[in-house]
Design a protein around this ligand. Structure first.
Ligand SMILES: [Zn+2]
Length: 290
């Protein structure tokens, strides 16, 4: 009845919220990247790998190489996710949900993996979800870059966490031997900061440790879920719709379908791993269901 239909105000509010999220999330990502980069090169490396004897410590060089590799892959795959957006179906009619549809999420249209995105206002092929951090839909062409982006973001954050802990131990003599230290660090630091007992920089570094831990764990979890879905030949949209009964090829075929024949290269470099011809996936997908 009336209650099941969203009002124009609530729909407008939802649209503004989604648009805002689409702008804030990338800004947050860029800010976190710049902060992480600055902290590594200006604070962590000169302190953690300080050596009075040699100007360039070999350990520091290894750290720079590892950090740049992780950061380069995270940023590279982030760019690839945006540069190779999911294909949209050449369908002019925007599907409209029927008034008695109980579904309030944007999954109002799902047929052979085609799915309408409210934010992009397009029917996306093999749509998985709308990623607010990249500002576009994750679907047939950019799923592989999105998964690699998640893996490397997770590695980069957890690596920064380890180096950050080493820095706080060396510079501020905070011992992390007791497992409870990490749990009490944020509340204690907040109190100390407002009492004027610790500097703003120290408080900021403590916050960054939690940011890295949070993003690192969320990205790792997200990546595992996506890999599982890809191996099953399913999308997140289909999972939400409960379309899990259909068997779609073996996991090996499903993985190659997404990661391409040159998948091994994509593990280490943010490069194109499959030749994509417009409409390629659709032909393949339709053929698979014949
Ligand atoms: Zn979208």
């Amino acid at each position: 009845m009336y209650q099941s239909q969203p009002t124009i105000t609530s729909m407008l509010f939802m649209m503004v919220k989604l648009r805002l999220l689409n702008a804030i999330a990338p800004a947050y990502f860029y800010a976190a990247t710049v902060v992480t980069f600055t902290l590594h090169f200006l604070l962590f490396m000169p302190t953690v790998f300080r050596s009075p004897d040699v100007a360039l410590n070999p350990t520091m060089l290894v750290h720079i190489a590892v950090f740049l590799f992780l950061m380069g892959n995270a940023l590279g795959n982030y760019m690839m996710t945006i540069w190779y957006p999911s294909e949209s179906a050449n369908e002019t009619a925007i599907p409209v949900c029927s008034p008695d549809c109980p579904d309030r999420i944007d999954a109002h249209y799902l047929l052979n993996g085609r799915h309408f995105c409210k934010v992009c206002k397009k029917v996306i092929l093999k749509r998985d979800h709308h990623c607010f951090f990249t500002g576009n839909c994750i679907g047939n062409r950019n799923m592989r870059y999105f998964i690699m982006f998640s893996i490397y973001t997770s590695c980069c954050c957890l690596y920064s966490l380890v180096i950050g802990v080493a820095y706080l131990t060396m510079e501020y003599s905070i011992s992390f031997e007791n497992p409870l230290t990490f749990l009490t660090l944020l509340p204690l630091s907040t109190g100390y900061f407002f009492l004027g007992l610790i500097s703003g920089l120290q408080f900021f570094l403590v916050i960054m440790l939690y940011v890295w831990l949070g993003i690192g764990l969320v990205s790792a979890g997200f990546c595992c879920q996506q890999l599982l879905l890809v191996a099953r030949g399913q999308t997140w949209c289909e999972l939400q719709k409960g379309q899990l009964s259909e068997v779609r090829g073996t996991w090996r075929v499903n993985l190659i379908d997404v990661f391409g024949s040159r998948w091994a290269l994509g593990l280490f470099l943010p490069v194109q791993t499959v030749e994509t011809v417009p409409g390629n996936w659709q032909v393949y997908h339709d053929h698979k269901h014949d």
